[in-house]
Design a protein around this ligand. Sequence first.
Ligand SMILES: O=C(O)CCC(=O)C(=O)O
Length: 200
Amino acid sequence: MTIQMSLFNEPAPSLPVSYYPDFLSKQEANELYQHCLGLQWQQNQIKMLGKTMPVPRLECMYGDEGCDYLYSKSVLLKPLAWTEELAGLRDRITATTGYSFRIVIGNQYRSGQDSIGWHSDNEASMGLDPAIASVSLGAVRKFQIKVIGGKPTDFWLEHGSLLVMHPGCQSTHLHQVPKTNKFVTTRINLTFRPHVGGGK
Ligand SMILES: O=C(O)CCC(=O)C(=O)O
């Protein structure tokens, strides 16, 4: 079932996303969170406006062999082999959504000062109009999405939830997880994505 919900559980305006607040049970989400804490997180550096700076979060990537992922023309992620847990989650999301995925990128937000700014995920390595499925674990953070040039809609992405950005979303919309000065503990986000390269 596809549910569109936003802040205070009001129906979202027409957005190319679906939100499943209880995609995982609490126990499944807790176990997956523990598994993900043990993944191979790295602090990458990004080049922006001629400066090199740390990416404001930790990252990791798992996926099919050879499915390298370059974003912002400066951060190159190379896939580690799927863990059993991540592959199981990938298959479960495919069974629910009908979309297939070849990589998963992990983001670890260590505090409210970790974030990801407004962007769309339009890297050519994912092919045209990718569907992206995003699982959230740990602390609840605000996720904002807006049509380019429009006003944002806020979602509070809960522990064990799944947010699906449907094909087309990356061409018309931007999204972000803003910084917050409130005290927040660690949040882990997993984005499952297609990939057109690598060995099949
Ligand atoms: O952490 C999130 O919910 C969003 C992550 C994201 O936007 C991305 O990986 O491109």
